[in-house]
Design a protein around this ligand. Structure first.
Ligand code: DLZ
Length: 173
């Protein structure tokens, strides 16, 4: 869990799949806009760098991190995206609200992965303070948006390979 030891934008040694045939949805929260806009830029730049076409990146905006689950579900239900990335930033305050929002979105995103059998990638920063968030949206520790984008490419690639090998095993019968 110690992301202070890892730069979120460093993928040294990892093979990153080509996204030229992929369509990716992004749901982004408006709360802590300064941070989430930087996460969105990181995610989009990384997808474009790995050949996802601009017109194949569909972005929707939701009020807060708690609404990311439904934003992602709408993308899965009403578009033909291969994966969804959710981007948000929850910063610890004086009350337990932080815990409820984090628990809600974690549970929601986990359920969507299973319900739709499609990748829904967790690009939510959950930090103790603003500085930790700034460090992780393009600052000293990289950008969680980059990490989420690479994860989406890897998971779509895995999904496609598994589906294709399953289908070809039937063709050979
Ligand atoms: C209400 C709230 C609070 C206190 N803090 C955050 C936050 O740090 N990050 C975030 O993305 N959203 C926050 N919200 C808004 C909730 O996610 C949600 O939009 C509202 O509770 C309405 O459902």
């Amino acid at each position: 869990m110690a992301s202070a030891l890892k730069n979120l934008s460093d993928f040294g040694g990892v093979e990153i799949p080509n996204g030229s045939d992929m369509k990716i949805g992004i749901a982004v929260a408006q709360w802590n806009k300064e941070i989430t806009e930087a996460l969105l830029k990181g995610a989009k730049d990384t997808l474009l760098k790995h050949n996802v076409k601009e017109e194949n990146i569909i972005t929707v905006s939701v009020p807060g991190t708690f609404e990311l689950t439904l934003g992602a579900q709408n993308l899965l239900e009403y578009t033909d995206v291969d994966a969804v990335i959710v981007l948000g930033c929850v910063i610890q305050g004086d009350t337990r609200h932080f815990d409820f929002i984090c628990d809600g979105v974690t549970q929601g995103v986990t359920e969507l992965n299973i319900k739709y059998n499609q990748p829904v990638i967790f690009g939510v920063l959950t930090t103790n303070n603003l500085q930790q968030a700034l460090d992780r949206c393009g600052g000293a520790l990289g950008n969680k948006g980059d990490e989420a984008a690479v994860t989406a490419l890897q998971m779509v690639d895995l999904h496609n390979k598994m589906r294709d090998s399953y289908l070809s095993s039937y063709e050979n019968l």
